[in-house]
Design a binder for this molecule. Sequence first.
Ligand code: F6P
Length: 371
Amino acid sequence: MKKIVISTGGGDAPGLNAVIYAVVMSAELRGWEVYGSRGGYKGLLDLDELIRLTPEKVADITALGGTILGSTNKGNPFEMPVENLAGEIQMRDVSDRIVKNFTRMGFMCHLAVGGDGSLDIARRFFEEKGMPVIGVPKTIDNDLYATQLTFGFDTAVSTATGAIDKLHSTAKSHDRVMVVEVMGRDSGWIALNSGISGGADVILIPEIPFDMECVCEKIADNDLHGKHYAIVVVAEGAKARNSEAIHKEGEIGRQEVLLGGIGEWVAKEIRIRTDKDTRSLVLGHIQRGGSPTTFDRLLALRFGAAAVRMAEKGQFGHMVSLINGKMDDVTLEEATKKRKMVDVSDDKVMTAREIGICLGAANLCAESVNY
Ligand code: F6P
């Protein structure tokens, strides 16, 4: 009997449970046993955290948000924070213990569902430890370049657009500038998609360092045209020209910085520079929560089933990916070598400019478009 193990790593995303469901059902069809590693790699480190996943256990989870396996972004086995006898935290490489447990359990494949960080760990297990791994791409940020889309993104954008929609009436009633901070650490896809769809006046993204003067000009222009309120959508990783992204204190074991605070900073600057009433809000993890949209569910189910087909064919060291609307695959090496960023030549950026949205840079303002 063939046995496989699945883990979910990094920040959760709506659709993870749909992947688990599809993997369990497709594997069952082939007569394979599926195990789930709780908390990222924890289940492979401590076998008590490994659970047998049966069709009964996963019935009804497709529409559930989060992940029934739990997840972590502090669980890199190559650099795991471990407490020593003196109570001090030390970084340890526990990858060999994981490989040993994987072999002892007789697994033929590990399906690693994750974003760029988790997929890079999966790549290292494949390349450095010879573990048969298949990656499944996940992130609400949609910044994995080797796949057209990741599940979780559509749900996050829908949530953000819904929130922006609701802000119009209150902003208008009070003649206020509402600044909404959305997720997107390195790429502005959530901000761009939700901002355009939600009728934002200004969208600020990490790929385009912004100028407050340009932002305030747009707000003044609104006023001139009788619109006394504005909606500004800011990605958490956006930065003012010649400045760094605003981040919070780090957490032990976490490889990436925790971003947040740019929305409040932008709101304060607008208040000082325009004298307008401003309010800021952070949408935060609401974007990661709740039930996946139909689009995300379907994509996640397709990814899960395709990953099992890949395991059957022995396509280890690869990641399932959506290319030209179809299930395809790429090597983990290719998948993790760069991020998918918003390009200024993207038609969404052009659309934003042409419908009068300010992107925070004078050279990208509607007036600078030559027709
Ligand atoms: O990568 C997905 C993401 O949602 C980012 O947009 C965000 O910066 C980060 O995760 C937040 O992580 P955490 O759940 O640890 O706060």
